[in-house]
Ligand binder design. Structure first.
Ligand code: HEC
Ligand SMILES: [Cu+2]
Length: 469
């Protein structure tokens, strides 16, 4: 009875005080923002603070792929935009500046905002202006932000997206490494890899047929020299978002299993691939127990190997043969009795290989190269650093006495050194006919700075017969 009475008194006499207690701010600071794949370190924290976030929109031409440029629209000069890290309960005082050299108005919709448009209307900003608004970070989580100026899809497609992490009040558990990765789909007038400055293609965007699907804004942004590095046994946390504008991501790490995947307050364990919706994000934690290069892909796999959705984590440390042995034996397999199907039968229907000129072979070879080889070695023959060796000016290929015929007949799986870089992958046996091999090799050996005479079907046939013995 007394308690009820007291509560009644308190709530009558001090309603304002209770409210201001909730919204009291312990301090104020300007947030440190980072470019992908870097993540700001977790800030000091006792109670909600006022956090000042300043973000500048910059329109500028940057590399989309080797030889391909694109006029990106960015939050902070890179795509994806700067990573913002705050805590639940913080009051964010947001300043969006639109660089005076820009041509377009822009704004920002942060999925971490509770309020109309996620801040979009409040932040609509003309070039040469700054808009300011504030929001309270009510819900913890990892949120996408993006420009929401019409045509919205075009602003997102041109690179205007990023992630904001609202850490829960109690913070996140400590880990050894954190990375920021965002997938997006890009629509260009030219096909994948077509060189030059490529404009945005609205028709392809409407049809949801991207030429590029990439991690962190460009092909190879996280490959080879740009790969992420961790050590065996380290706890790794990945903040992975998907900007779209259209595609849903089936995010996967080849050879890695996610210890945990958090989406909202749901935490899943022992996950192989995780679906990330356009405009969504997940927090992944895992450990690598065995050293090596691990490929991160969108498991809608043509996107990974043909459109750019490929990133790498390079893991260094001691081998653990108990967990993974690597190849231990190569044993000849010959089923008894029945005719062994082998690719040497590829020629069986073809009695007389056609006579062709060098020009014919080069021309036919170009198309055949696109369908049979460019998925790995790339259309421009440059390969993929750390994964697929280059054929352009390949000292390894050009010095071979068999002119490379053996590789196309049998595949390749010993370590090779090409232009000073060592590759240790597997090139599959492709089952090509003598004529096709002759065409492809004539093309490859006379493209991208390579020069030699033509390879004939007879050259290939001779080696095939010899290797059969
Ligand atoms: C599935 C991916 C894949 C495809 C498809 C593929 N390769 Fe390869 N290729 C590789 C890998 C991986 C290596 C390195 C193998 C190793 O490390 O032993 C390689 C090595 C080579 C090499 C020797 C190294 C160099 O750079 O000179 C040549 C030549 C070559 N490939 C040509 C071709 C041609 C021509 C085609 C198409 C007929 C083709 N490859 C199709 C993956 C592929
Ligand atoms: Cu915009």
């Amino acid at each position: 009875m007394i308690i009820i009475f007291m509560t009644a008194i308190m709530s009558c006499s001090r309603p304002q005080k209770t409210k201001s207690d909730e919204t009291a701010l312990a301090g104020e600071y300007t947030a440190t923002l980072t470019d992908a794949p870097h993540v700001p370190i977790s800030g000091r924290y006792n109670a909600p603070e006022k956090v000042i976030v300043k973000l500048e929109v910059i329109e500028k031409v940057m590399r989309l792929a080797d030889g391909v440029d694109y006029n990106f629209w960015t939050f902070g000069g890179k795509s994806p935009g700067k990573f913002i890290r705050i805590r639940q309960g913080d009051l964010v005082e947001f300043y969006l500046s639109n660089n005076p050299n820009n041509k377009m108005p822009h704004n920002i919709d942060l999925h971490a905002v509770t309020g109309p448009g996620g801040g979009a209307e409040a932040s609509m900003t003309a070039p040469g202006h700054t808009s300011q608004f504030s929001f309270r970070a009510l819900h913890p989580g990892l949120y996408v932000y993006h420009c929401a100026t019409a045509p919205v899809g075009m602003h997102i497609g041109n690179g205007m997206y990023g992630l904001i992490l609202v850490e829960p009040k109690e913070g996140l558990s400590p880990v050894d490494k954190e990375f920021y990765i965002m997938q997006s789909d890009i629509y260009t007038k030219g096909e994948f890899g077509q060189p030059g400055l490529q404009p945005f293609d609205m028709q392809k965007a409407l049809k949801e047929q991207p030429d590029y699907v990439v991690f962190n804004g460009s092909v190879g942004a996280l490959l080879g020299d740009n790969a992420m590095h961790v050590k065996v046994g380290e706890k790794v946390r990945l903040f992975v978002g998907n900007a779209g504008p259209n595609l849903v991501s089936s995010f996967h790490i080849i050879g890695g299993i996610f210890d945990s995947v958090r989406e909202g307050s749901v935490v899943n364990h022992d996950v192989q691939s995780v679906l990330i919706p356009a405009g969504g994000a997940v927090t992944i934690e895992l450990k690598f127990e065995v050293p090596g290069t691990y490929n991160l892909v969108d498991h809608s796999i043509f996107r990974a190997f043909n459109k750019g959705a490929l990133a790498q984590i390079i893991v260094t440390g001691d081998e653990n043969k108990d967990i993974y042995s690597h190849k231990q034996r190569d044993i000849i397999y010959q089923p008894e009795g029945g005719a062994v199907q082998s690719i040497t039968d590829a020629n069986s229907g073809l009695q007389v290989p056609p006579k062709r000129t060098k020009e014919e072979r080069t021309q036919l070879g170009e198309t055949l190269f696109t369908t049979n080889c460019s998925a790995c070695h790339m259309k421009d023959g440059q390969g993929v650093p750390g994964a697929f060796p280059p054929l352009a000016k390949s000292d390894f290929l050009m010095a071979r006495s068999d002119k490379g015929i053996g590789i196309l007949l049998h595949g390749l799986q010993n370590p090779v050194t090409v232009k000073g870089k060592t590759f240790n992958g597997v090139m599959p046996q492709l089952g090509l006919t003598d004529d096709v091999i002759a065409n492809i090799l004539t093309y490859v050996r006379n493209s991208w700075g390579n020069q030699s005479d033509m390879i004939t079907s007879e050259d290939v046939a001779k080696l095939r017969a010899k290797d059969k013995k």
